[in-house]
Design a protein around this ligand. Structure first.
Ligand code: EPU
Length: 418
């Protein structure tokens, strides 16, 4: 079993460069299925989910080559092959195979899902969107069967502004007949990134990043070259780690606009923030004020930074209340932080956090962002060694985590126990 070992208490210092966004990458790779010629993706993060997605495309007959942060996908020989099992079961975001295959072949059989398990995550809005475009959908032994004689554009109002449903509907609608309008669409930067790629492939998508997206279907899409936006959650995690250790870190290759909700909260706590064109400097202080945080859809505070933020708030004076209005029960990090001496209780959708010192402990990451929270907590503890298991979850979202933290002066290493 692999674990991360952390001797904390060292303020992080230096520069860290952020890779491309995981949640964009795992939508952009399946989007390439819709093209008839080569798609080149630059600034790709080196993550296990990205590797699984390249495996899935290869199983369908695509030629995929991956060198450093560049992936070349030639989808011209892709075939409509049923995928009830296998690699698709390894990640939750294989739901994008539904929209991409439906768009290209008007049919798909996809086994679902895998991935992070912090709470049940329905896909009813994805299904509602596909049905509105004319697809028939059944669930047979855990695999989703989708079929359409033809896909026709339609008006779709999302009951919840779901990132996944918005992207999935864009994928299918890009090659449907006529216009699709998504109302109450999600506005996350990853939606804009996917629309930018599809438009470079010849799609006609307007309004991505607003609550109304209009997609004019086209009969064919072509290859292109696209550079993935920086990962705002990875950037936010390093910003929080810098502050939690009372360090001074330049986070490079970020879009400061994407970080606004976090930046504002950190400033409210008394943390120094300097913004540049493509970087942000975080300057820690000896005392932080308590704040209340509400995780909401973009441009609100990101739910994916809610768990790391919990760790930072243990370092503030007084009582902070952190509520998550995207997921109702994303608090698997809390009992582990309590094992480290944190004074936190969960009430409904909120964690109530009383600032205080943490101590080293053996803790387990139950999901990706919970893992990030535990690493940050470990970095604040100067006596003893914090051991974090569940490293496989952390590896799903943070490439080069150990080397990046070591470069910033942290005493962190991987250890494998038999
Ligand atoms: N929801 C529904 N029905 C649906 C879809 C979503 O009720 O059909 C609900 C969910 O249960 C949740 C809310 O809507 O309460 C938002 O879910 P959304 O669909 O937006 O989430 P997602 O697309 O499944 C993506 C990210 C998550 C991130 C959320 C919210 C990917 C692959 N995943 O998930 O990232 O938390 O958006 O921003 O893009 C992570 O990176 O750690 C992660 C979990």
């Amino acid at each position: 079993m692999e674990k991360l070992m952390i001797t904390g208490g060292r303020p992080l210092q230096g520069t860290v460069s952020i890779s491309g966004a995981k949640n964009s990458a795992i939508a952009l790779i399946p989007a390439a299925i819709l093209a008839e010629s080569e798609v080149i993706l630059d600034n790709l993060p080196l993550l296990s989910d990205v590797a699984v997605y390249s495996e899935i495309l290869e199983e369908l007959g695509a030629t995929v080559s991956w060198e450093g942060s560049q992936m070349k996908i030639d989808p011209s020989s892709i075939k409509s092959i049923p995928m009830p099992n296998g690699s698709v079961k390894k990640l939750r975001a294989s739901y994008y195979m539904m929209g991409a295959m439906l768009g290209r072949f008007k049919e798909a059989i996809i086994g679902l899902p895998g991935g992070c398990n912090f709470e049940p995550r329905p896909i009813d809005q994805h299904i509602k969107g596909f049905e509105a475009l004319g697809a028939t959908i059944t669930n047979e032994h855990g695999a989703i069967h989708l079929h359409a004689k033809e896909l026709r554009g339609n008006k779709i109002y999302l009951d919840v502004s779901s990132v996944g449903a918005t992207i999935n509907i864009m994928l299918a609608a890009a090659r449907a007949k006529g216009a699709t309008i998504i109302e109450n669409a999600a506005k996350e930067p990853e939606i804009i990134d996917v629309a930018t790629l599809l438009n470079s492939m010849g799609a006609i998508i307007k309004g991505a990043g607003t609550e109304t997206i209009r997609i004019e279907g086209v009969s064919e899409l072509h290859g292109c070259r696209h550079s993935i936006i920086p990962d705002r959650i990875q950037a936010g995690t390093y910003m929080i780690a810098a502050a939690a250790t009372r360090g001074n870190v330049l986070i490079d290759n970020v879009i400061p606009k994407h970080m606004e909700a976090l930046t504002a909260k950190m400033q409210e706590m008394g943390i120094g923030i300097e913004e540049y064109d493509e970087s942000i400097r975080v300057i820690g202080a000896s005392r932080y004020e308590h704040v209340d945080v509400k995780a909401l859809v973009y441009p609100g505070f990101a739910t994916d930074l809610q768990s790391p933020m919990t760790s930072l708030l243990t370092q503030a004076q007084g009582v902070s209340v952190l509520s998550d209005f995207v997921y109702s029960n994303r608090f698997k990090h809390v009992p582990e932080l309590v094992r480290m001496g944190a004074k936190i209780r969960v009430e409904g959708r909120s964690a109530i956090i009383e600032g205080g010192r943490l101590n080293a402990a053996k803790v387990k990451a139950a999901d990706l962002r919970a893992g990030a929270a535990l690493v940050i907590a470990g970095l604040t503890v100067s006596e003893g060694v914090t051991e974090v298991t569940g490293v496989e979850y952390i590896d799903r979202g943070y490439d080069h985590l150990v080397s990046n933290l070591r470069q910033l002066g942290a005493d962190v290493w991987r250890q494998t126990d038999n």
